[in-house]
Design a protein around this ligand. Structure first.
Ligand SMILES: *Cc1c(COP(=O)(O)O)cnc(C)c1O
Ligand code: SF4
Length: 335
């Protein structure tokens, strides 16, 4: 057989890469040379929120290191089943903020569209881990209704595509959605909240970049990256391509015990982000979602960390430490 017949990469290369993601804990731990780390997990942990880790993201983990900060974000733990006071299914009041199916508004002038329920990686601390994605994900008539609700509200200036992860939509659906929003005269800017360029940089492909470059409205892409080790050459190249397509790049991280809860880890993240053309935006205090209590950092420790970071970095590289409080008119600054 001609060798190229088996090595041609189809257009949907990123979808194939996503399909190859780890879904079995044993496979991931075997490839990391950490078989002893496998815990016997209560079965419903993985049924409710399965493992999903793209191979390229796992390749950035240190082999043989049970404390690797990337592994810690995605490895299911039996601790998820422990009840923790104050840790609940919907900690940020998402279900109470629905304006239309798939359209959440909490703050003045901007609303968030749940473009899809799918994510390329499953982060164990995720505040949406218990969110009824499938019921709110938009398609067909529901998407039309959500866009009509946006179009009829002159107070909305910005739409945030979120999820799940909007970059998990197919090229066709994502490009169509961006172009429909771009045509709404009342909107001033568009925003994407996505972890995909970090965990699956292959998805930042020519059709997406061409669509972004063709939009009339300014676009902000808010990445989600928690640790400097998440940014390798492929991620930096994806970020550079997004910038070339005209997007402003920001990052939000979640403060996670054992992952990025030191001044050194936060400083390295900020510096690596800036090297890749991304400005730190928010550092989120963990939303108290059921199953994530083992990631929590006390407010006093978080504030102390920020004081250390302020001494260490130029002001523009210091993210804002915030907490989302249901009913508040904006994210609440803690420092
Ligand atoms: C976090 C969030 C936003 C964005 O808030 P900014 O402070 O503008 O980044 C918008 N809508 C909802 C529902 C949110 O949860
Ligand atoms: S990518 Fe974002 S929405 Fe998806 S699981 Fe991770 S934190 Fe949650």
């Amino acid at each position: 057989m001609h060798p190229s017949a088996t090595t041609d990469i189809p257009n949907s290369g990123w979808q194939q890469e996503l399909a190859r993601a780890y879904t079995r804990v044993a496979d991931l731990l075997a490839d990391l040379a950490l078989p002893a780390l496998a815990e016997s997990l209560p079965e419903d942990i993985l049924l409710r929120f399965p493992l999903r880790v793209p191979r390229g993201f796992a390749a950035r983990m240190r082999r043989g290191d049970p404390a690797d900060p990337l592994l810690a974000q995605v490895l299911p733990r039996s601790a998820e089943a422990l009840p923790a006071p104050g840790f609940v299914a919907d900690p940020v009041g998402d279900l109470a903020s629905l304006r239309a199916p798939g359209l959440l508004q909490k703050y003045q002038g901007r609303a968030l569209l749940i473009a899809t329920g799918a994510c390329a990686v499953h982060c164990r601390y995720c505040f949406r881990r218990n969110f009824p994605y499938a019921e709110q994900a938009l398609g067909g008539a529901r998407l039309d209704a959500a866009i009509a609700a946006v179009a009829s509200d002159p107070s909305l200036e910005e739409i945030i595509l979120s999820g799940g992860d909007p970059l998990c939509l197919t090229d066709h659906r994502l490009v169509q959605l961006l172009q429909r929003l771009d045509r709404l005269p009342g909107l001033r800017r568009l925003r994407l909240h996505t972890r995909v360029p970090v965990v699956l940089p292959e998805r930042v492909n020519p059709p997406l970049l061409a669509a972004l470059a063709g939009l009339r409205k300014p676009v902000a892409v808010v990445l989600h990256c928690n640790h400097a080790n998440e940014i390798d050459g492929a991620v930096a190249a994806a970020a550079a391509a997004l910038r070339e397509a005209g997007a402003s790049l920001l990052n939000q991280a979640v403060l996670l015990r054992g992952v990025n809860d030191t001044v050194a880890a936060q400083a390295a993240l900020a510096e690596r982000l800036f090297d890749a053309g991304v400005l730190p935006y928010y550092l989120h205090q963990l939303d108290p979602v059921a199953g994530a209590a083992h990631f929590a950092v006390a407010d006093a420790d978080a504030v102390g960390l920020m004081a250390g970071l302020r001494q260490r970095l130029p002001g523009y590289l210091v993210p804002r430490l915030v907490r989302e409080v249901a009913g508040d008119p904006a994210k609440r600054p803690l420092f």
